[in-house]
Design a protein. Structure first.
Length: 365
C-alpha cells in the first residue's frame, strides 16, 4: 500500500487547507496510507478528516524557517519512511521540502498562487525556488501558477496543472442563511477571504461609497487577516457603517451564498480561487477583477469583470447587476456548468498520474 506524507502549516481556514483535506480523505478511501504533518492540530478543515483513515502528526507550532521544524520533519520521515512527500504552502515547501531532499524521499511541491505573489524578493521565496528546482514534480492549480515555474525548473522536472476540486453537492445541499443584518429588503453582497493586500477589499468599500443607493445594499465581509483594523477605520472614514458588516471567517459560509445577491472578488492575484469556484457551484452571481486567474475559470458569459483597482467601475458593475437580475441569473447558470466537473475524484486521479510519473522518473507533458 503506497504511503504518502503531506506537509502543511495548519488546517485552518484557507483554500489550500481545504483542498488537502478533501484529497487526503479521497486518497485514504482508495487504500493509500495517508499521513498529514502540521504545526498544530485544530483547524476548521481538520473536521473533514475525523472519520477518515488519515493519520495526523503534530510538529509543534514553529513558525517560518525553523531548524527545529526541519529536524522534527526529518525524524518523522525516518520513522514513517513514506514513498512520497507532498508539500503545501511556502513554509512547508521550504522546510519540509528540504527535509525530503536530505532524506532522499521523492518530493512533490504544490503551487497555490501565481507569479505576482512572489514578485518581491524574500529569503523564503528564494529558498523555495531552490527547493523547487530539486523536486521531482511541481503541481500548480492554475495556468498562471504553472507559468511561474516554467522558467525556473529543469527540463526533466514533472509539471502538471490540477485545478481545485469543488464539493458541488455539499454546497447545493446547504440551506440558505436568513440574514439578521439586512433591513428593508437590502441587496446582499458577499466578500469572503483573508483580509490582506491581495484581496483588495478596500476597492469594494470605496465602490460602495460611490453608490447613490448604498442604503439599499449590505456588504457582508467574512474573513480575518492583518488589515481588519485598517478596513474598519476606512468604513468609518467613508461613512458607510450602515452598509457594511464584518464577520470572522466561518468554516461553512456557503449558506450565505444561497441568500446573497452577488459575490465580489477584487483580488489582485489568485491561484485557482476556491471562494469564486464555490460561489459558481452555489449559483451566486459574480463580479470579479479582470485578472488572468479569474479569466481562466470564467468568461463574460458567466461573470461581470471589472478592471483592477477601479472602484468607480466596480460601483457601475454592481448597479448593472442589480438592475438586470435576469442577466445575472443567466451568467450564474453558465458558471455553474464549469464547476460540475471539478470533482475530488478527478483531482485524485490527476495526482495519481503525477505520482506514477515520479516513480517512473519520466516527464509529464
Amino acid at each position: 500500500m503506497p504511503k504518502i506524507l503531506h506537509l502543511i502549516p495548519t488546517l485552518e481556514g484557507g483554500g489550500a487547507e481545504r483542498q488537502l483535506a478533501m484529497l487526503a480523505v479521497e486518497q485514504a478511501a482508495r487504500g493509500w496510507d495517508v499521513h498529514i504533518a502540521l504545526r498544530r492540530g485544530h483547524g476548521v478543515h481538520a473536521q473533514l478528516l475525523r472519520n477518515s483513515r488519515v493519520e495526523i502528526h503534530l510538529l509543534g507550532d514553529l513558525k517560518s524557517i525553523n531548524p527545529l521544524l526541519f529536524l522534527r520533519i526529518s525524524a518523522l520521515m525516518n520513522r514513517l519512511r513514506p514513498d512520497l512527500v507532498q508539500t503545501w504552502l511556502p513554509q512547508m515547501d521550504v522546510t519540509g521540502g528540504a527535509a525530503a531532499l536530505c532524506n532522499a524521499v521523492p518530493l512533490v511541491l504544490t503551487e497555490r498562487a501565481s507569479k505576482l505573489a512572489f514578485d518581491s524578493f524574500s529569503l523564503m521565496t528564494w529558498l523555495r525556488r531552490q527547493v523547487g528546482r530539486r523536486a521531482k514534480a511541481v503541481v500548480a492549480n492554475s495556468a498562471t501558477g504553472a507559468s511561474y515555474w516554467k522558467s525556473v525548473l529543469p527540463k526533466n522536472t514533472i509539471q502538471k496543472t490540477i485545478h481545485n476540486a469543488v464539493d458541488v453537492a455539499a454546497i447545493q445541499n446547504v440551506a440558505p442563511v436568513s440574514s439578521e443584518f439586512t433591513q428593508n429588503d437590502q441587496k446582499v453582497i458577499l466578500v469572503v477571504g483573508r483580509l490582506s493586500h491581495q484581496k483588495a477589499v478596500k476597492i469594494v468599500l470605496k465602490a460602495i461609497s460611490h453608490l447613490i443607493d448604498r442604503e439599499g445594499i449590505l456588504v457582508l465581509i467574512i474573513g480575518d487577516g492583518p488589515l481588519r483594523v485598517e478596513l474598519e477605520g476606512l468604513i468609518e472614514t467613508l461613512k458607510i457603517r450602515e452598509s457594511v458588516v464584518m464577520l470572522p471567517f466561518q468554516s461553512i459560509w456557503w449558506g450565505w451564498l444561497k441568500s446573497a445577491d452577488a459575490l465580489v472578488s477584487m483580488s489582485r492575484y489568485e491561484g485557482n480561487p476556491n471562494v469564486v469556484l464555490e460561489a459558481m457551484a452555489a449559483g451566486c452571481p459574480l463580479i470579479v477583477s479582470d485578472i488572468p486567474e479569474h479569466r481562466e475559470i470564467l468568461t463574460d458569459a458567466s461573470a461581470s469583470f471589472v478592471p483592477g483597482e477601479n472602484s468607480v467601475e466596480l460601483a457601475v458593475a454592481i448597479e448593472k447587476l442589480f438592475a438586470d437580475p435576469d442577466s445575472a441569473r443567466r451568467k450564474s447558470e453558465s458558471a455553474k456548468k464549469y464547476v460540475d466537473r471539478l470533482t475530488i475524484q478527478r483531482a485524485a486521479d490527476a495526482y495519481e498520474e503525477v505520482y506514477a510519473s515520479v516513480s517512473r522518473g519520466k516527464e509529464m507533458l
